[in-house]
Design a protein around this ligand. Structure first.
Ligand code: NAP
Ligand code: GCO
Length: 266
C-alpha cells in the first residue's frame, strides 16, 4: 500500500458524537474529505438540523441522529440503527462534551455529576455499544476527545478536569483491553481552540482590549495563538486511518506547544 493510501478513509463509516458544529464538525468534515461516510448525533433536533445543513453546504451527505450520549438505551438503539441501515461503525469519535466553570466550593455535587456524566460516562457508554461489532469485523478505531485538563488543573474546572483526566485513563484501558482485537483507542487533547465552548474566555473587554484569559492563553502557547478547529483535522484523520494501526493508548496533544512550555517570561 502506498503511504498516502494508508491515510485514506475510503469505505469507512465514522460516528462522531456532538458534531453539529465546533470540533466534532471539523473532524467529521475531514473524515468525509478522506472518503468516510459520516454519522453524527446531537442532543436536540435543532442542532441536528443545523449540522445537516452545514454538512450539505460543504457537499457532504451526513446521517444525523438525535441522541443523548448519557442515555445508554438511546445510544444502543442509535448504534443498532446505524449498523442496520448504514453499516458497522469503523471509527468512533467521542467528541460530545460539556464544561461548567464554577469554583469547586460553589459547585453542587449534582453539577459535578452532570459534567462527569457527559464527559466520562458517555464515552464509556458509546464505546461499549460499538466495540462488539468492531471485534466481529476485525478492526476499529476509537478516538476520545480529551483536553489540556487531562494533564493540568485550573481554577473553576474541577469536574471537567476530573472527567477529562478519567477519559485519558479510559482511553488507555480500552487500548489495553481490546488491542488484541485490532482495535486502537487513542485520545486527542486539544489545546485552547476557538469554538463556542471557549467564546466566554475570548470576549472583548468593554474598552476593546483582549479578555485577560485570552492574553493568558497567548502567553502560555508557544504558537502565540488560539487553535482553530482545522488544526485538529490532520491528527484526527491520522488516528482514524490505517497509518496509525500500531498507535494505541496514546494521547496526542494538539496544543501549539502548551504542555511543553512554562509560559512567556515577563
Ligand atoms: P461543545 O460545545 O463542547 O460541542 C459539543 C457538542 O456536543 C455540542 O453540539 C453539544 O450540544 C453536544 N452535546 C452536549 N451534551 C451532549 C449529550 N449529552 N449528548 C449529545 N450531544 C451532546 O464545543 P467544542 O468546543 O467543539 O468541544 C468538543 C469537544 O472538545 C468537547 O468534548 C470538549 O470538551 C473538547 N475540547 C474543547 C476544547 C476547546 O478549546 N474548545 C479544548 C479541549 C477539548 P449543545 O450545544 O446543546 O451543548
Ligand atoms: C477552560 C477551557 C478548557 C478548554 C480545553 C483545554 O475553561 O479551561 O474551556 O477546558 O476548553 O478543554 O484543552
Amino acid at each position: 500500500m502506498e503511504i498516502l493510501d494508508k491515510f485514506s478513509l475510503k469505505g469507512k463509516i465514522a460516528l462522531v458524537t456532538g458534531a453539529s458544529y465546533g470540533i466534532g464538525f471539523a473532524i467529521a468534515t475531514a473524515y468525509a474529505q478522506a472518503g468516510a461516510t459520516i454519522v453524527f448525533n446531537d442532543i436536540k433536533q435543532e442542532l441536528v438540523d443545523k449540522g445537516l445543513k452545514s454538512y450539505e453546504e460543504l457537499g457532504i451527505k451526513a446521517h444525523g441522529y438525535v441522541c443523548n450520549v448519557c442515555d445508554e438505551q438511546a445510544v444502543n438503539e442509535m448504534v443498532a440503527d446505524i449498523e442496520k441501515n448504514i453499516g458497522v461503525i469503523d471509527i468512533l469519535v467521542n467528541n460530545a462534551g460539556i464544561i461548567k466553570r464554577i469554583p469547586m466550593c460553589d459547585m453542587t455535587a449534582d453539577q459535578f455529576r452532570q459534567v462527569v456524566d457527559v464527559d466520562l460516562n458517555a464515552p464509556f457508554i458509546v464505546a461499549k455499544a460499538v466495540i462488539p461489532s468492531m471485534i466481529k469485523k476485525g478492526h476499529g478505531k476509537i478516538i476520545n476527545i480529551c483536553s489540556m485538563m487531562s494533564e493540568l488543573g485550573r481554577e473553576t474546572v474541577s469536574a471537567y478536569a476530573a472527567a477529562k483526566g478519567g477519559l485519558k485513563m479510559l482511553t488507555r484501558n480500552i487500548a489495553s483491553e481490546y488491542g488484541e482485537y485490532n482495535i486502537q483507542c487513542n485520545g486527542i487533547g486539544p489545546g485552547y481552540i476557538a469554538t463556542p465552548q471557549t467564546a466566554p474566555l475570548r470576549e472583548k473587554q468593554p474598552d476593546g482590549s483582549r479578555h485577560p484569559f485570552d492574553q493568558f492563553i497567548i502567553a502560555k502557547t508557544p504558537a502565540a495563538r488560539w487553535g482553530d478547529t482545522s488544526d485538529l483535522q490532520g491528527p484526527a484523520v491520522f488516528l482514524a486511518s490505517d497509518a496509525s494501526d500500531f498507535v494505541n493508548g496514546h494521547i496526542l496533544y494538539v496544543d501549539g506547544g502548551i504542555l511543553a512550555y512554562i509560559g512567556k517570561q515577563p
